[in-house]
Ligand binder design. Structure first.
Ligand code: CP
Length: 308
């Protein structure tokens, strides 16, 4: 049961979420996974406003909304009036006007949600990823997966590997892992090292760190956020040899250590294709846990509105 002081109108970042808050959400997600049923007090409507591509997050939120008994409105950015110049605020205000209770939004602009929260809309805002800023639902499903595996976070060594600069997963996971008591390490190309992460962990050499880690959290190279020159210069094979989880590196992992990746996976770049479904890979467990985590997030917003 979520404590009443933790019921919030929106969920846009893990920056304003303490460890207890995250644990509350993880426990509710685990309860949903164990079969807890949700009951709405009145009809509730969701819309998923995705202005960046998505497979997992969008369908996973849709699944969570259906499992909670919500009605889900269709929206495609490419055929919406945003193509005629309508602002994000006017789009969300429209959703509020027609009776949408929760808008789940993915947008390329970092902290796009600030412009919406300034207006105190009745529609709850759930962030499904803002540029290179935050990916709170991915972060919480990753924390759920780690908690399920290890029964807690204290002293756990977690290595986040890859495109640290452009990854919203790196930013939200590093922040929350350190709050939960894990020891966070980073590895990846020097050009993609982000000094903003220094307060959460330690940067080091991949091959030196790897044998000591409990969790290896790989990141996708965010080609959509690189300049065209950087994309042209990117050597996928060279990256795989230097920073990818190869079969040789996987053999260096300690017994009981797990592989995580938010996906989509670029097989043969950040991870050898044969490791994606290795016995110690939790990549598809993460996706499964995503549905329950998103049910917990939506439930919190619906409780604030008195709908649950
Ligand atoms: N992990 C993740 O955000 O995947 P999608 O981009 O497919 O939603």
């Amino acid at each position: 049961m979520i404590s009443t002081e933790r019921i919030q109108p929106n969920l846009v970042t893990v920056a304003d979420m303490d460890a207890e808050d995250a644990i509350d959400l993880i426990h509710e997600a685990q309860a949903y996974k164990a079969g807890k049923q949700a009951f709405l007090k009145a009809p509730a409507y969701a819309v998923n406003l995705f202005f960046e591509n998505s497979t997992r997050t969008k369908t996973s939120f849709q699944m969570a909304e259906h499992k909670l008994g919500m009605q889900v409105l269709e929206f495609e950015a490419k055929t919406s009036s945003t193509q005629k110049g309508e602002t994000l605020y006017d789009t969300v205000k429209t959703m509020e006007s027609i009776g949408v209770n929760v808008a789940v939004i993915r947008h390329p602009e970092n902290e796009y949600y600030d412009q919406l929260l300034d207006h105190q809309l009745h529609t709850g805002i759930v962030n499904a990823g803002d540029g290179s800023g935050q990916h709170p639902s991915q972060c919480l499903l990753d924390m759920m997966t780690i908690d399920e595996e290890f029964g807690g976070f204290a002293g756990l060594k977690v290595l986040i590997v890859g495109d640290l600069t452009h990854s919203r997963v790196a930013h939200s996971n590093a922040m929350m892992l350190s709050r939960l008591g894990a020891q966070v390490y980073f590895a990846g190309p020097q050009d993609w090292y982000d000094p903003l992460l220094e307060k959460y962990g330690t940067y080091g050499d991949l091959d030196e760190l790897l044998p000591h880690m409990d969790v290896v959290n790989l990141l996708r190279v965010q080609n959509e956020r690189l300049t065209s020159a950087a994309n042209e210069a990117f050597d996928a094979q060279g990256y795989h040899q230097r920073y990818g989880l190869t079969m040789a590196r996987a053999a260096m992992m300690k017994p009981g250590a797990i592989i995580m990746h938010p996906a989509p996976v670029n097989r043969g770049v950040e991870i050898d294709s044969d490791l994606v479904e290795a016995p110690n890979s939790r990549i598809f467990t993460q996706m499964q846990n995503g549905v329950y985590t998103r049910m917990a997030i939506l439930s919190r917003v619906l409780r604030y509105q008195g709908l649950m």
